[in-house]
Design a protein around this ligand. Sequence first.
Ligand SMILES: [Zn+2]
Length: 434
Amino acid sequence: MASSLRTKFRIATTVLGARGFWDALAGRVLWQPVLNPLPSEERATGEEGRRSRGDGSQRLRGALHVHTCTYSDGAGTIEEVMDAAKAAGVDFVLLTDHNTMRPKTDGLEERYAGQTPFLIVGDEITVKGGAFLLALDMPADFEFAPGQDPQVAIDAILAAGGLPLVSLPDDMKHPWDAWDATGCAGLEALNLSTVAREHINLLSLAWLLPLWKLKGELAVLRAICTRPDASLASWDRLLAQGKKQIGLGALDAHALMKIGKKKHPIPSYENSFRAVTTHVLTLSPPFPLSPDNGKREGEQIRAVHEAIRAGHCYFAYDCLGEIGLDFSASPPPLSHPKGLLLGERGKGGERAILGDDAPLGSTLTATGPKTALLRLYRAGEGIVAAGKGSLSYVADKPGAYRIEAYLVGAQRGPLFVGARPWAFTNPIYVIPLS
Ligand SMILES: [Zn+2]
């Protein structure tokens, strides 16, 4: 009862509060018209352009945290979800129906193996108080009674060899408050449903409804692309404690929205998949794909799980521009021998990529589209910002360094006009040499 009252109060304060209104006024009504789309030459050139990364790795775009009507409370069947994913051009879908691994035992991963998009089955577990945990890379026979203590759920996922991540960490309806629980591997640092709940309210509808009528649903999703301040703050707080934490961009896609007592089929799966994806950098390329290549069955899924576990990923509002973002670290020239062995790929002093360790003194380099403003954060503290899609910084202190990229409408001297938050990398963990 207390929790339900708290939820109602939280929703009421958001609806009546000024955030949506002022954001709308200051952020998007003014800036939206001046936002330039990415120049065509900077767009990815088809599937191969998106995947080739020059260093043998591949970048796959995944729609994470999706529900179906077959296994839980989504609006669409698995076929409808996969058709929407194909139309949106994503490489894989991570299904997370509530408290079930049945899609896996029913053979759905095998059905889509070797195809684009392919399917990965995960689980979303309800814990005591109504919050949620994502359970990834789980065995098919995993069973867990919902509604238990968060720590019990995390321990059960870990004992099964899976990856527990906080789902909807700062959602107004389902916030996570067990931050002192141990063993969680990370969190959804961006969740489209949370962003939508924050920004679609009675005040903002005054301009979102006309926008929807005039330009369609995807334009509304573009309009609410904002920095997920609360979730990023939770992530930074954990990083500042010296924890390695994976950040993901997720959807909680149901293709259903409850307005009053009626449920409406918005936003569609396809538009959700176009709006936010997690870009996963796989070091053992699972492509090219071939439907009849039986040997590769399961290989793509393994590659994605390995990459997520290593934090080799970033997440982005793809509806603002689908293009690559690089973040890497080169060790200092006279690095301590130990420094050359750090990180997943640190053999022989190779550059580290996002998610890896790098020795103190490494040069951090970020590269994005020319229209990007890049900001470097160390555990939540803004360190440096650079325009024109290029940033370089010598890491002089240990810590978790991550990049936020903003697409800029125009640059006038030191002013960036119409900057929209676009992409967020996982950190590179700069560690002392001793
Ligand atoms: Zn969900």
